[in-house]
Each structure stands twice: as structure tokens, then as C-alpha cells.
Write a protein that binds this ligand. Sequence first.
Ligand code: IPM
Ligand code: MG
Length: 364
Amino acid sequence: MNLTIAVIKGDGIGPEIMGEAQRVLDAVGARFGHTFTYNEVLAGGCAIDAVGTCLPAGTVEACKESDAVLLAAIGGWKWDTLPGDQRPEQALLGLRKELGLFSNLRPAILIEELKDACPLKPELIAGGLDLMVVRELTGGIYFGDRGRQSVGEDKEGTEGVVAYDVEQYSDAEVRRIAHIAFDMARKRGSKLTSVDKANVLESSRLWREVMEEVAPSYPDVELSHLYIDNAAMQLVCAPQQFDVIVTNNMFGDILSDEASMITGSIGMLPSASLREDSFGMYEPVHGSAPDIAGKDLANPMAMILSVAMMLRYTFNLEEEATAIETATKTVLEKGYRTGDLYQRDTGQTLVGTAEIGRLIAQEI
Ligand code: IPM
Ligand code: MG
């Protein structure tokens, strides 16, 4: 295949980890006979510095014209003092909305070689951990109306203010993410947990109704519901009950961080943000880690595994995707570790960003 990939290196460790992901993708191209052409574009803090806006129009166009998008990381302290609507993170929200990427898949897998890094008691993870968070990505409170309103002066003459962010979902938005999640559950362990706050929120009551309405089309999938507070607790005290979790934008943001942490290796976890037609943007779950940027210390494996997700979900190249996952596992089995995973006196070999990328590419 001849494929064009929009490449957004972004900020912090972004350029380093993307370099390794491209090295691995080129190795896949060489082994399986595909040509990948990279269309490098700016978004995030680096775009603010270069052209004054975090998401230049040309970037969105280039992504739309490509077959898929790879994104490394966006943001950093340098831009923390900018007003909310000008921060680098707006580029991510803008890309998701403009590209119609409503479905966010965030796998949380405990890798056997890394199970010592899991912060949970060994008996809680005895049979391993393998769950998938399906997060609705273009609706809800992150995209609802927001603002501030003056509420007049109090008795002392001080001006009061109210700030608001609106959580809003249409039945159609819930239905389309429901189908994605049920399909995913069907391909995995056939268990779907829908997470909401239906004891308080009207939008959650609609969410639950639509999940129940869709369920009969998937009689082989067992659907259950949890409130978000309970789900957050269950995830750390009985994580093995979960297979696929489906939830709204904000709850999914929070739960997917929690799920990634219980695997002990946030530096290992990839994600996919997809449209109906399988076009997608692929990025690590972790952020831009400005404290270690440019030092050859970052773990590029989440970025590399995001490339595997791209090959699987957008290009339907299952063998190629598995080749990356197997190569990554083999390099770990051989004892190579980046600093975030390395443990002293265990016979492991500490390596940098470029070396682990080279080793994975070599395995392929
Ligand atoms: C994520 C991030 C983003 C989100 C931020 C950076 C806008 O936390 O991808 O989880 O909230 O979606
Ligand atoms: Mg997040």
C-alpha cells in the first residue's frame, strides 16, 4: 500500500518519540512492502510559537487529506499562562472536532514483563489486566456552552460572577458511541460496562436509556451500568471485572488516566480516536513531559504502539500491527528498559529513547 500519514510531533518529548515511531513504521514498510509518506504539520505550543495559533488551518487541511494522523504530545509549562481558549490543548480539542473523531479507544493492558510496576496488590491482578475504555470524544461538557456571567453586587459592593460549562448529549451522539462499544465488546470478552451519573444528571439518564435501547441488537454482549464514583472505586479494588467500559467525554478522560495508572506503565499505552469510516488519529495516552524533553530519556513505546493501532484500525493491516506489538514485547523480554520502567539490580539494561526505537525496528 502507498499511504500518506499526517505527522504532528508537537511539544516536549513529542519530536523524539515520533522519530522512533517513524523508524519503526519504516521498518514495517520495508518488511511488508508498503510505502509511508509523512506530511509533517504543526499543532500545539510549537505552532503558537511559529505562527501565533495552536491549530493553523493548514494543519486541519493536511490531516483531512491524509490517510491517517499520528500525534505525539501537546502542551507544556511554557504556555501555561495563556488564556484558556489560547492554550495548546485547544489544538487537540479542535482536531477531534474538525476531523469528527467521536470515538476514543484507550486500551489498558498489564504487560507481563512489567507487572511489578503495577501499584495494586498482586492478588488483585493475578489473572492479568486487559480492559478497553471507549470514551465519547466530541460531545459533552468539553464542547458545551461555557462562559461567565456577572450576578451584580453584594452588600459590600463587590461584583459577583458565575461560571458555567454545559454537559449536553443528543440521543444520536450516545447511540453512535454505543454501537462502537458494543462492537468492541463483541470482539473481546462480551462484557460492556456503561458508566454514568444517572442518579443525578439528566444527560446521564438519556445516556443510560440509549444504552438499553441499543443492547437488544447485541444479545451476546452483557451490558451493565455503574455510576462514575463507584466505577472509579471498582477500578482499583476489583479491576478484573472489566472488559469494555463506555462513557462520556469527561468521565472517560478521568477513568482512562486511572485505568492506565493501574497498569503501572502510562508510558506504554496508546490510543485511537476514530471517525465512522475508520479514519483516525493515533497518539500516546501520556503527555509532553517537558522536564525530560530533548534528553533521550522518554519512553517511545506508547507512540510506537499507537502506530500499531493505526495499522490495525485504519488500514486493516493486522499482521503488520501484530509485528510491532510482538517486537515491542520481545525487546522487553530481552530486558531492555527506558528509565520510567527500569529497576536496578534485576539484570535489566537501561537504554534511551533512540536505542529502544532502534531495537524494536531491528526486531521487525
Ligand atoms: C486527554 C487529555 C485532553 C483531554 C486534554 C489535554 C484536552 O487530557 O487526551 O485525555 O482532556 O481530552
Ligand atoms: Mg486526559
